[in-house]
Design a protein around this ligand. Sequence first.
Ligand code: ATP
Length: 304
Amino acid sequence: MRDEINLRAYGKINLGLDVTGKRPDGYHEVRMIMQNVSLYDSVQIRMRRAPGIGMQTNLPFLPTGPDNLACRAAKLLMDEFGIEDGLSISLYKKIPVSAGMAGGSSDAAAVLVGVNRMFRLGLSKRELMERGVKLGADVPYCIMRGTALAEGIGEQLTPVPSMPECHLLLAKPPVSVSTKFVYGNLKADSLPFHPDIDGILDGLERGDLAGIASCLGNVLETVTIPAYPQIQDIKDRMKENGALAALMSGSGPTVFGIFTENGAAEKAGERIRSEGLARQIYTVRPFYMHRPVQRKYAHGMRGE
Ligand code: ATP
């Protein structure tokens, strides 16, 4: 048994997000392309003398009790395996909250992985993913990590080739969006468009960044952008300043832009900040479980 474990919980963006129907139980059927980014929360789990689960975080507005997904994840395994030791979880958040980047789900995933290792529970990745879905539809992906096609309610995962190397600008306007509000107001049977998820998969297969950029799409923008029009302004500003494409991630409001040069991404970020459109702005890279293979047609420059 280990006394302490330190983990990174990476955020994600959606290169594509489509809703294909609504199930009788109210959940939406989705088809999404998930990609981790290099922005992460730091999670430390330590043994403590007092029984139960204690928690600290750098964000004073976050719950630190049973409402925090990190605590719920620890409790889930501790209850199942009858662990009576006390645990202390320290969470240093950098992933914006209520932002469409699966921050809470990723923290929960890190805690499941951490508790499994600390107490040598012997659960496989798949077994952890089966437990993770009880905490949220994105948790299994956050355990798997990398690049994936997510179907069903988001829990049916197929690993796909990583996004080609690039620079990503993330900008979150100062509004919090509830995922429940967005799905609750989505007109799933009369969507005005469906993103070309197969086109994105094809671009990933060929390592074609420009091809991927040309297919980006997220149906949840139809709800979140009318409610928060500054999301469209941020997308426009990124595109005017050199992004190959820009899209809202998940249920929003974070927007990401794809750039081939870091300097251009930084400059676009400065523009967005100086106009007051967003304060939480980051330049990041895709996070890779495995480095992408350098392909002949990378960045869509065929015939080189
Ligand atoms: P998703 O992309 O999965 O919809 P999100 O980025 O929109 O996630 P989160 O930041 O994961 O949203 O969670 C937002 C809500 O969950 C907030 O109301 C917050 O109080 C609660 N919450 C519980 N635990 C956490 C956590 N560890 N980190 C962030 N938020 C948490």
